[in-house]
Design a protein around this ligand. Structure first.
Ligand SMILES: [Zn+2]
Length: 331
């Protein structure tokens, strides 16, 4: 291990050896996409799915040492042109547009020379926090005791321990996710009022940060204006969310925005064929889901899979990516 390395030599050797075996049997026409949201300064048990910066850093080191990381648009262009991709090709993406991508992830990406794409919810640039973060923040701040949200159809909870709060956050997030946006706002407003106001600093990217990411070669993709579940909207609203997010970002960046990621991204549940057509009509070149698998030439360019890696060791993280590559298209 070099002084700066966080990944052991045996882990790198094992991933590389298995990767070479896999590359020998797979056609050079596939890549997989890893999908992150936030990167945290330190581990937070209430946000257990989000890596802290140390974890993110070793994950990027594994990618840099054992895989070939390409810009997403270049990987797609090679597939379209029928050109071979390097063995073990991977692309890196982030959803929603968190400030920590600029402040914490960008320095790590630059250290390892890795390209990435950030899918930004345009309505949150320069203002406000996402609804799910407002739930986490409020439940974190509420005093010990009962939390009764039965009048909103969300149930009753008892907040006594960290586990209680984690469970309540999970249930409230799942139950609020599919509410129409005005009802979802009622939930976050009620919780914020009960928690006694906001203490969390703004979590989302500013305009200047967005421009700075772009200057450093990080591609910006669209992710709607307000991050609704598209299937919960009427068609006119869905169309305006999809096209509006693109227009907002293009106005900030002064260049076309070509890639789109569906909010929440579950095929057939969070979006359907109507939204696939809308994304195509809005002028995007490709769109991404949250299905597990590799991207291969035979897939619909407007329903390409991406997955969130959650492994806690470099070896398991590397093996998971190899498994996604071997799996090919989502089953
Ligand atoms: Zn999202």
């Amino acid at each position: 291990m070099t002084a700066a390395s966080q990944v052991s030599r045996p882990a790198v050797a094992t991933i590389r050896t298995l990767g070479k075996v896999l590359s020998a049997v797979l056609a050079a026409n596939r890549f997989c996409v890893v999908n992150y949201h936030r990167v945290l300064p330190i581990h937070n048990p209430l946000l257990a799915a989000e890596p802290d910066v140390a974890t993110f850093s070793w994950q990027m080191e594994v990618l840099a040492r054992c895989f070939h990381v390409l810009p997403l648009r270049e990987a797609l262009a090679r597939l379209d042109a029928g050109q071979p991709l390097p063995a073990r090709s991977v692309c890196i993406t982030f959803d929603d547009g968190y400030r920590s991508i600029h402040d914490l992830a960008l320095p790590v990406l630059r250290r390892f020379g890795l390209p990435a794409t950030v899918f930004v919810t345009s309505g949150h640039v320069d203002k406000g926090n996402m609804w799910n973060d407002r739930i986490i923040e409020a439940v974190q701040m509420l005093p010990d005791g009962p939390l009764d949200l039965r009048d909103l159809g969300l149930g009753a909870f008892s907040l006594r321990s960290l586990d209680d709060r984690m469970a309540a956050i999970g249930i409230l997030t799942e139950r609020s996710k599919y509410l129409p946006p005005p009802e979802r706002s009622n939930v976050t407003e009620r919780l914020a009022a009960m928690a006694g106001g906001s203490m969390t600093p703004e979590l989302m990217l500013t305009r200047d940060m967005l421009l700075n990411l772009d200057r450093h070669g990080i591609e910006i993709g669209a992710h709607t204006v307000t991050h609704p579940i598209l299937t919960s909207l009427d068609e006119a609203s869905a169309r305006s969310e999809i096209a509006g997010g693109k227009e907002d970002l293009e106005a900030i960046l002064g260049k076309p925005v070509r890639l789109f990621a569906y909010p929440n991204g579950k095929v057939g549940m969070d979006f359907d064929q109507r939204h696939v057509a809308m994304v195509r009509e809005a002028g995007f070149d490709a769109a991404f889901t949250t299905a597990v698998g590799a991207i291969t030439p035979d897939q619909d360019r407007f329903q390409l899979p991406r997955s969130r890696p959650w492994d806690r060791s470099p070896l398991m993280f590397g093996l998971r990516l190899l498994r996604w590559l071997a799996q090919g298209r989502p089953q």
